[in-house]
Write a protein that binds this ligand. Structure first.
Ligand code: CTP
Ligand code: CA
Length: 225
């Protein structure tokens, strides 16, 4: 941790971070969700604040939270809420780091009353959620940097580069899906940083140390601008 920690190198930055899962309601008591806990995004928020950034953390539904100075948390539930919160803050930010596991689809309608079972199968119709990363990318100014995340089970670098282009990201954090101890719910993570020209491999380490590696790259890219 300490060999990466560079006090103050993010002073003057305002960083939008999305984190956690989204919950897409089916009825008053049920939702579609995923296993993200928000740990990686919270680690990023705390690390960025410690390096001097003002952080706007947009956090999906999770048990976890943070209360360090420099981090302002907006709690949201669904992808639509996360989208609205992110779009409202983006123009005031110098960078965005999109670690949230945003549901790609939501139920076409939310039942007003609890859905009753009946004989036979239940068909759910799902509709597409907005792509927050792609929309932020489409409205990105030259002074803003945008970082995405991806978890791929096959063709990781190739798929990550496709997302980099489509969403106009500056680089992407590729999570290793099969490393023991990495990913959802764990305190450690193993990543690759992927940009147009380069793939950089990192060791399995604490999410806080991974956050410092990501922020080191952000600072390095900023310095080349
Ligand atoms: N993302 C987002 N809004 C969405 C979906 C994804 O902001 N509605 C962001 C994620 O936070 C992540 C990046 O986009 O930083 C890539 O997410 P991922 O789910 O890997 O990409 P998708 O474009 O949804 O492609 P896939 O079909 O592989 O899920
Ligand atoms: Ca997705």
């Amino acid at each position: 941790l300490t060999d990466h920690f560079s006090p103050g190198d993010l002073t003057g930055s305002r960083i939008l971070i999305t984190a956690g899962p989204t919950h897409e309601d089916l009825d008053p008591v049920r939702y579609l969700g995923n296993r993200s806990t928000g740990k990686m995004g919270i680690a990023l928020a705390e690390a960025a604040a410690a390096r001097g950034a003002e952080v706007e953390l947009i956090l999906g539904p999770t048990e976890l939270s943070t209360s360090v100075p420099g981090v302002t948390t907006t709690n949201v539930r669904s992808a639509l809420e996360m989208h609205a919160a992110a779009m409202a803050r983006w123009s005031d930010c110098t960078a965005g780091i999109l670690s949230a596991a945003v549901a790609d689809y939501r139920p076409a309608e939310v039942a007003k009353e609890k859905i009753k079972k009946s004989d036979g199968a239940l068909q759910l119709r799902l509709v597409r959620n907005p792509d927050i990363a792609a929309e932020l990318g489409a409205s990105k100014r030259p002074d803003q940097l945008l970082v995405g995340f991806a978890l791929e089970t096959e063709n990781g670098v190739e798929n990550a580069r496709g997302k980099l282009e489509r969403k106009q990201l500056d680089f992407i954090v590729l999570n290793s899906p099969r490393t023991p101890g990495a990913g959802f719910g764990h305190d450690t993570n193993q990543i690759q940083l992927v940009d147009r020209n380069m793939v950089t491999d990192f060791e399995l380490k604490s999410k806080r140390a991974v956050a410092e590696d990501i922020l080191d790259r952000l600072v390095a890219v900023k310095q080349t601008r």
